[in-house]
Design a protein around this ligand. Structure first.
Ligand code: SF4
Ligand code: SF4
Length: 348
C-alpha cells in the first residue's frame, strides 16, 4: 500500500494557501520518505498551458516549492517537452516564448527534447510485462535526471479520460517521436495532395527518409525512425499523424508504459493539483470553466496511487458518480509495475 498525503483547499484563487500547502506536502514527504538528494538537480516537471488556455496551474503557485529547494541549495529549473501537434509549444523557441508569456520566469527552463523534439534517449522496459513497447523515447534532458518533482494538474482528457501524474510522466516526458508512438502508429504519413515540395522536411529529417523528388512525394519507411520532427516542421500540414489502430484503452496502456520508462531509475515526488478541474486538458487553446469544486493538493512517491486517490476524490465530490473515464489504466499500470492501486490517504 502506498501513502498519499492530502491537504484540502477550497479555492484556486487562494494562492497563499496553495503555496503553503505545497511546501507542507513537500516537507512531509521528504521527512517521511527521504526521497530527494539536495546535492543533485531537482527539476520541476510542469505544463506551461497552451496559448489561450486559462485553467492550467500557474507559476505563482510554485513559489514556495522553488523557495524550499533554493533553501536546501538544490539546483532547480522547469523541465518540459515539445508537443506533437502544431501550435505555440511545437518548437523550443516558441515554447520558451509561451512559457515566458505565462509567467514561468522564476527559474530557468529546459526543453528536454531539443529544438523540435528530436533529442531523446531510448529507455529499455523490455524486462516488464508490457503489451506495446520494449523501448520508449524519453526527452533526453529528462532521461538524464536522477530525481524530478512532477507537478500535475488533475483534469479530464479527451482520449485518456483524465490526466494527472501518469499523464505528466508519459506524454509529458516523451520526445515528439514518443508522443507519436503513443497516439498512433509510430510513423507519420505524407499527404501528397497537401505537399508543396518545399523540402523543409527533407532538409531536417535525421535519416534522409523524405523522398520529395519522387513523382508522388512519400516517406521511405525503411529509413524513417518515427522521430516526428517533420510533423512540426512541415508548413503545409502535409505530414500527418496516422491514427489507425488507436483506441482509448490501447492509448492508456501506452501511457502507463511510457510513464514506467520516464520514472525508471529515478527518485520522484508527485504533487497533483485538484484545482480548476476541467473537462478537457491544458493543451486546449481555449478558455475553460471548472466542472467540479476545488478539492486540494495531493503528494506521493507513487504515480498510480496518487492518480487513483485523485480519481476517487473527484468521484466522491461528484456525489459518488465517476466524473472521468479511463480508470482501467490503474490495474494495467499496477500489473506492469508502475505503482500500487491501494493507498492510504493521509490528511495533514
Ligand atoms: S520522416 Fe521519419 S525520421 Fe524523418 S523527420 Fe519524419 S518522422 Fe523523423
Ligand atoms: S515539409 Fe511538407 S510541404 Fe514541404 S516538402 Fe515536406 S511534406 Fe512537402
Amino acid at each position: 500500500m502506498s501513502k498519499v498525503y492530502f491537504i484540502p483547499i477550497n479555492s484556486y484563487n487562494n494562492t497563499k494557501e496553495i503555496n503553503s500547502a505545497s511546501k507542507k506536502l513537500l516537507e512531509k514527504i521528504q521527512n517521511e520518505e527521504k526521497v530527494l538528494d539536495f546535492k543533485k538537480n531537482t527539476p520541476l516537471k510542469v505544463h506551461f498551458g497552451e496559448d489561450k488556455n486559462n485553467t492550467f496551474i500557474e507559476s505563482k503557485n510554485f513559489v514556495e516549492i522553488i523557495n524550499y529547494l533554493k533553501q536546501k541549495k538544490s539546483k532547480t529549473f522547469y523541465i518540459e517537452t515539445n508537443v506533437l501537434y502544431k501550435g505555440k509549444r511545437t518548437t523550443k523557441k516558441d515554447h520558451l516564448n509561451l512559457a515566458k508569456a505565462h509567467a514561468f520566469t522564476q527559474i530557468p527552463i529546459i526543453i528536454a527534447d531539443g529544438e523540435s523534439g528530436e533529442d531523446y534517449k531510448e529507455i529499455d522496459i523490455s524486462k516488464y510485462n508490457t503489451n506495446h513497447f520494449k523501448k520508449c523515447k524519453i526527452g533526453k534532458k529528462i532521461a538524464e535526471q536522477s530525481q524530478i518533482i512532477v507537478l500535475a494538474h488533475f483534469k479530464g482528457h479527451i482520449l485518456a479520460g483524465f490526466g494527472g501524474a501518469i499523464k505528466q510522466l508519459s506524454m509529458g516526458c516523451a520526445s515528439r517521436g514518443g508522443k507519436l508512438a503513443m497516439h498512433s502508429q509510430s510513423k507519420p504519413i505524407l499527404n501528397p495532395l497537401k505537399c508543396k515540395k518545399c523540402y523543409a522536411c527533407a532538409k531536417n529529417c535525421p535519416t534522409n527518409a523524405c523522398n520529395i523528388n519522387a513523382i508522388i512525394p512519400h516517406i521511405n519507411y525503411s529509413k524513417c525512425i518515427g522521430c516526428a520532427k517533420c510533423i512540426a516542421i512541415c508548413p503545409h500540414n502535409a505530414m500527418q499523424i496516422n491514427w489507425a489502430n488507436t483506441t482509448p484503452k490501447k492509448f492508456r496502456e501506452k501511457l502507463a508504459e511510457y510513464a514506467l520508462a520516464a520514472q525508471k531509475n529515478k527518485k520522484m515526488i508527485y504533487i497533483n493539483f485538484l484545482l480548476n478541474i476541467t473537462k478537457d486538458c491544458d493543451c486546449h487553446a481555449e478558455k475553460q470553466k471548472p466542472i467540479l469544486k476545488d478539492i486540494g493538493l495531493l503528494a506521493s512517491t507513487d504515480p498510480v496511487a496518487i492518480d487513483k486517490a485523485s480519481f476517487d476524490l473527484t468521484t466522491k465530490n461528484n456525489k459518488g458518480k465517476k466524473l472521468f473515464r479511463g480508470d482501467d489504466i490503474f490495474n494495467y499500470a499496477e500489473k506492469i509495475g508502475l505503482g500500487k492501486t491501494k493507498y492510504e490517504l493521509i490528511e495533514i
